[in-house]
Ligand binder design. Sequence first.
Ligand SMILES: NC(=O)c1ccc[n+]([C@@H]2O[C@H](COP(=O)([O-])OP(=O)(O)OC[C@H]3O[C@@H](n4cnc5c(N)ncnc54)[C@H](OP(=O)(O)O)[C@@H]3O)[C@@H](O)[C@H]2O)c1
Length: 265
Amino acid sequence: MPSVALVTGASSGLGEALAPLLATAGWRVYGMSRRAVTLEGVVALPADITDAEAVQRAVQQLLRAEGRLDAVLHCAGVGGAGAVESMPQERAEVVMRTNFWGSWNVCQATLGPLRESPRGRLLLVSSIAGHMGIPFRSVYCASKAAVIALSDSLRLEVRGSALQVSCVSPGDIATNSIATQYRQPAAELDPLYRARYQRADDAMAGNVAQGMSADYVAGRMLRILERDTLTPHYVIGPPVQKASTLARRLLPARAWEWVLSRYYS
Ligand SMILES: NC(=O)c1ccc[n+]([C@@H]2O[C@H](COP(=O)([O-])OP(=O)(O)OC[C@H]3O[C@@H](n4cnc5c(N)ncnc54)[C@H](OP(=O)(O)O)[C@@H]3O)[C@@H](O)[C@H]2O)c1
């Protein structure tokens, strides 16, 4: 019997690379996103992860068809940029609702069947941005920090079961995410912020465009999935991005703030 995996965010970017890769590796794969996917070897399971009931219904559909669920690779997420002072509340809420509450909904719908698997695996995708506060990306950073905390809490909760939970924090990945996310127009910002916002936003867009390929990150996630023992965190990225998460933890807060402020001057 092939093992069964659910990949969220399967219609674009990382999830779109990961779902067919898993299918090639012999998994039976279901791809969740709002748009129905048509990917080789992947069964489309459309659902909006911010809608708890829709996620439950979709997972029940998978369970009726397969009778089991062995792995969830939760890639779905959105970005967002703006100033804390003036980013429209409803835009900011979409980011938190998708990245945090969406992860929550996926966990609630899948933890039961995952715990029944003899080799259950749950990989929650956060971001290097979840390890720090980046200017004008506050709600994204907060939402991804919340995913890290969710994963850490969950690991301790499921102790005693065969389920292993881990949080994957990638650096920049060259996907469509910048093009599809809300970015507050610079003209809406107070003049105090405007020039720095524009530079930060341009830098972010440039870094993402030159980021790792989704195929590379998907390959790394497959290798994590195949491990016998999962550690709490995996950071995937070039050395300088990986080092930033370490520096954030090891440097005194003001020293770290000085480093970041030089980068986002
Ligand atoms: N790109 C980067 O530089 C980067 C860096 C670090 C971490 N990440 C994280 O990696 C993950 C994948 O990012 P990506 O760059 O591959 O993004 P992407 O290309 O924009 O794809 C996002 C995926 O999430 C799905 N999604 C968004 N909102 C959803 C909702 N409400 N319900 C169901 N599915 C939803 C989208 O599908 P539909 O629109 O069809 O629903 C799409 O399949 C995200 O969690 C992101 O935060 C990305």
